[in-house]
Ligand binder design. Structure first.
Ligand code: NAP
Length: 299
């Protein structure tokens, strides 16, 4: 049974169920959330709430962050009362947010100056995966530190792969996001074509999902599109944050990403129309507007 406390900073859509799963796996959790009511709610379930990221790092040999974007991880790690001020010698900061690989490497370098370590461990699998403890976790950083943290990862995920040094977990997650965005675009385009052709949308999905065209997006998000369910598992505005990081990284390397750029623009049209807080399956709405048809089942 694990006994060292695990620190958890950032109790949002993803972080809260991930922290709960660590508690279910037997880890004592010390938590911090910017909006303190969420941390108090987890404290009522048995966690200990701390007053700052620094306090979390003082109390725990392993500190996880699950916040929004690169500047947010920088703020909780390197800002006033941040992790770096409290981290122990040989302590580990595991960042599970999706952020820029270069910001990750900068934070890893600052922690190294304190004799501590960083792992970048972004995840795939959405809020459903966070709740069920079945996330895919792609980890960058020192191999021995990864082995030390493996039991903690197993408390939150199923597929856990060490992919290389600091920043390579984030690079792998960006690859994941290129695939996810492009596939969602294909699903949206295909459903609009099917609707305009007068096809039975439920039967169309049923017929193609088990073949070569099958995908997680078609299987899980296709049925939501045709039922008009645009509630977020993963919000359009967060997908846009990831696509911006991808296009910036690609720009630095002079790698053209024509397909990803197109999807970024289509998502921008959704944000302009006020759909930024909806789930990424709302991409269908952009194609529906272009084609003048809705891909919905009646009733
Ligand atoms: P979310 O629900 O918006 O939660 C964000 C969390 O970060 C909240 O706890 C928020 O605190 C905290 N936070 C944000 N900025 C902060 C700052 N500057 N200082 C301190 N705390 C800050 O987002 P989420 O969906 O959980 O996503 C978290 C990360 O996981 C993102 O990097 C996202 O790209 C990635 N991700 C999400 C999914 C998904 O399906 N949702 C899937 C894979 C990966 P408050 O409560 O005070 O706002």
């Amino acid at each position: 049974m694990p006994d060292a406390p695990i620190g958890f900073i950032g109790l949002g859509i993803m972080g809260l169920p991930m922290a709960r799963n660590l508690m279910k796996a037997g880890f004592p959790v010390v938590c911090y959330n910017r909006t303190s009511s969420t941390a108090q709610a987890l404290a009522a379930e048995g966690a200990k709430a701390a007053g700052s990221p620094k306090e979390v790092a003082e109390a725990c040999p392993i500190v996880i962050t699950m916040v929004t974007d690169s500047p947010d991880v920088e703020a909780v790690a390197l800002g006033p009362k941040g992790i770096v001020e409290g981290i122990r010698r040989d302590g580990v900061h595991i960042d599970m947010s999706t952020i820029s690989p270069s910001v990750t490497r900068k934070i890893a370098a600052r922690l190294k100056e304190k004799g501590a370590h960083m792992l970048d461990a972004p995840v795939s699998g959405g809020s459903w995966g966070a709740q069920s403890g079945t996330l895919s976790i792609m980890v960058g950083g020192d191999a021995a530190v990864f082995q030390r943290c493996l039991p903690v990862f197993k408390g939150m995920g199923q597929s856990i792969v060490h992919v290389g040094g600091n920043g390579m977990g984030q690079v792998t997650k960006l690859v994941n996001q290129i695939l996810v965005a492009g596939t969602m675009n294909a699903v949206a385009e295909a459903l609009v074509f099917a609707a305009k052709s007068g096809a039975d949308l439920e039967k169309t999905i049923e017929a193609v999902k088990g073949g070569a065209a099958g995908s997680w997006q078609l299987q899980n998000l296709g049925p939501r599109v045709i039922k008009g369910d645009f509630a977020p598992g993963f919000m359009v505005k967060l997908q846009q944050k990831d696509l911006r990081i991808i296009l910036d990284s690609a720009g630095e390397m002079h790698v053209p990403l024509p397909g990803t750029s197109l999807v970024h623009q289509l998502f921008a049209s959704l944000e302009a129309a006020g759909f930024g807080d909806e789930g990424t399956q709302a991409l269908a709405k952009a194609h529906e507007r272009l084609a003048g048809v809705e891909a919905r089942v009646k009733g």
